[in-house]
Design a protein around this ligand. Structure first.
Ligand code: MN
Length: 202
């Protein structure tokens, strides 16, 4: 059983980049919906004592008859938990942080990284996510996932993600997904991403 994660900030904390109304509906309706449907799918399963993270890390353990519901809704629970955690204003990218140095080494510059990540987010066809991960080879990599598929099911450690479902931006940005992505860069919690990177490497 999962519970809806409490946001570590108020709904208006990310204004004007992500508006309070979008945050409230996204968290209290969409995210809550994934939690409810995940719990309903797990109700009679032997896996129900496991956390959503433990379940998503090995999709083979999920019985076929509930697999689709668990992947979609469990992914919805986990991906949003992660997303809320990497959002915060005024925690800018720092070139001399551990993640800062690693990004510059891998992508050439922060701007190049930003461009590549933004492009992955903009070109994810339909609903899904873009991610920065530490992959199996312990390399930084930018990847896209569709629907609520999660990188933790691919043996990858997430460092940063962006929700590009229309529900994440449509109220404020309508069809202009690139404008939402540009605004997102103002609310990335780089302190948190740096922490996640340190943990992922060890
Ligand atoms: Mn969402």
């Amino acid at each position: 059983m999962e519970e809806l994660m409490k946001l570590p900030y108020e709904y208006d904390a990310l204004e004007p980049y992500i508006d309070a109304q979008t945050m409230e509906i996204h968290h209290s309706k969409h995210h809550q919906g994934y939690v409810n449907k995940f719990n309903a799918a797990m109700e009679n399963s032997e896996l129900k004592e496991k956390s959503v993270e433990e379940i998503l890390k090995d999709l083979n353990q999920i019985p076929e008859e509930i697999k689709k519901a668990v992947v979609n809704n469990g992914g919805g629970v986990y991906n949003h938990n992660f997303f809320w955690g990497i959002l915060k204003k005024e925690t800018p990218f720092k070139e001399d942080s551990e993640i800062g140095k690693a990004i510059i080494e891998k992508f050439g510059s922060f701007d190049k990284f930003k461009e590549e990540f933004s492009n992955a987010a903009a070109t994810q066809f339909g609903s899904g996510w873009a991610w920065l991960v530490l992959n199996k080879e312990n390399q930084l990599e930018i990847i896209q996932t569709k629907n609520q598929d999660s990188v933790i099911s691919l043996e990858m450690k997430p460092l940063l993600n962006i929700d590009v479902w229309e529900h994440a931006y449509y109220l404020k940005y309508q069809n202009k997904r690139p404008d939402y992505i540009e605004a997102f860069w103002n609310v990335v919690n780089w302190e948190k991403v740096n922490e996640l990177f340190s943990e992922a490497k060890s």
